[in-house]
Design a protein around this ligand. Structure first.
Ligand code: SF4
Length: 438
């Protein structure tokens, strides 16, 4: 990413303020911090725009599978430097030896690898339809059937260009990933990728071959490439992916500035490969098979790596009824920091008493932090009550979190409703709720 001064050199330097910034230099600083887009300046010349677009393109190119799943687009080596942008995707294989009910059950099983956690949905992202039969007609029929069963993006997996072309004829509009091109079939696969505008996975024997295959593929007009470095073991996988990513980000070495993928089997070694790829620096892992007890921890790891370290996980400001509350049920409120919300919610559920839980937008801060930062004030709580209409849904008592007792008086005054002080600790909520309702 260019510095503010490098951006500034390409701007008109008239300080006209049309971009909403007081000076061109201020705008350049916004660009360098990725808080503005070059299009926000209506006066920048096309050649400068092109130069800025080239200079500000991420060192790892962004490729989309199915026009929906972006891969790559990374700008940093370490998450704490800024953030990682596009989470690694996990695909699970569907063999073209399956048909009928067995095929349907296989796709349904992959779709069932789906979990709700802290308000987010984790799932297997893609299926990879593999040409195990070696029969192109069979492959095409399986792809056609999978298209009707699986609505998310997918991978077509064969090294036979003729089978790839046939299969693509029934699913081109779904823009699948074509996997894969080898040194032997590269020209034919590049032609298919170019004419169909589908991304192409390159199966390379290590870094050197990756560089020569990428350069050749690009010279043949295939631009959307994903690289499989075919590492022999876990140590080599870490080394290869780290060298490639460092070359892309530190040296701006374009042939390795591409998303990376791995093709794995099933079981412990496959999961270890996926863990490493999730940490450093894969964009896609295709499994032969993935069990639910392997999937959930892997998806959780991915969530941890790909959340923005500067933005806490949040839930929406809203009114959440818990345990069938009625017009006399107590009203509780808390912040929109996910961990606070889910902890409080779980403890309310333990009480088995209906409660209206109002979540207040505190920009993801927890109770005491939000209160100290002035983001959990009585006025803000009252506004949230007003927006949800909770005070007209229930005439029950309003319970103030024990950690912010100090807002009780002011809140009572603003909403004109009796408030009481709740517990300091979430775990004491069930006992407290029982004590005030029985
Ligand atoms: Fe400078 Fe363009 Fe902003 Fe005007 S609109 S102040 S020329 S950056």
């Amino acid at each position: 990413m260019p510095t503010a001064i490098e951006f500034f050199k390409l701007l008109p330097k008239t300080n006209c303020k049309d971009c909403g910034q007081p000076t061109c230099l201020a705008f350049a600083m916004q660009l360098a911090n990725q808080k503005a887009k070059i299009e926000d300046c209506p006066h920048v010349q096309q050649d400068a725009k092109d130069a800025l677009a080239e200079a500000s393109a991420p060192p790892v190119r962004t490729i989309k599978v199915g026009n929906r799943i972006p891969m790559g687009g990374e700008t940093v080596l370490y998450r704490h430097e800024r953030r990682f942008n596009n989470p690694i995707a996990y695909a699970v294989t569907v063999s073209d030896t399956l048909e009928g009910d067995a095929l349907k059950e296989r796709v349904e099983y992959i779709a069932s690898l789906c979990y709700d956690r802290v308000g987010m949905k984790f799932k297997a992202d893609m299926v990879s339809v593999r040409n195990d039969s070696g029969d192109s007609a069979r492959f095409k029929e399986t792809v056609k059937a999978v298209c009707g069963l699986w609505k998310d993006p997918f991978v077509l997996e064969t090294k036979d260009p003729a089978a790839m072309s046939e299969a693509l004829s029934v699913c081109k509009l779904r823009v699948p990933l074509l996997y894969g091109a080898t040194a032997e079939n590269l020209e034919a696969m590049c032609e298919i990728s170019k004419s169909s505008k589908c991304p192409l996975g390159l199966i390379c024997d290590g870094l050197e071959e990756a560089v020569s295959m990428v350069e050749k593929a690009e010279s043949l007009g295939a631009k959307d490439l994903i690289v499989d470095l075919s590492s022999a073991n876990l140590k080599e996988l870490i080394e290869n992916q780290t060298v490639a990513r460092r070359a892309a980000i530190k040296k701006k070495f374009k042939p390795l500035g591409l998303p990376m993928m791995s093709r794995v089997g099933s079981g412990e070694y496959a999961v270890s490969t996926a863990v490493i790829s999730t940490l450093k620096y894969g964009s896609l892992v295709i499994f032969d098979d993935l069990k639910p007890y392997e999937a959930l921890p892997l998806f959780t790891l991915r969530q941890n790596i790909y959340t923005d370290p500067q933005v806490p996980i949040q839930v929406k400001q809203d009114l959440y009824p818990i345990g069938n509350p009625d017009e006399h049920s107590p009203i509780m409120f808390t912040t929109n920091f996910s961990l606070t919300y889910f902890t409080v919610r779980a403890d309310i559920e333990k009480a088995k008493i209906g409660v209206w839980l109002q979540v207040v937008n505190t920009e993801g801060l927890s109770v005491l932090t939000a209160y100290s930062a002035g983001k959990f004030e009585p006025e803000r709580v009252a506004d949230a009550f007003e927006e949800s209409g909770v005070l007209s849904k229930s005439d029950g008592v309003v319970i103030v979190p024990g950690l912010v007792t100090r807002m009780s008086g002011k809140l009572q005054e603003i909403i004109g409703r009796k408030v009481i002080v709740g517990t300091n600790e979430s775990r004491d909520i069930p006992k407290h709720l029982r004590s005030i309702t029985q």
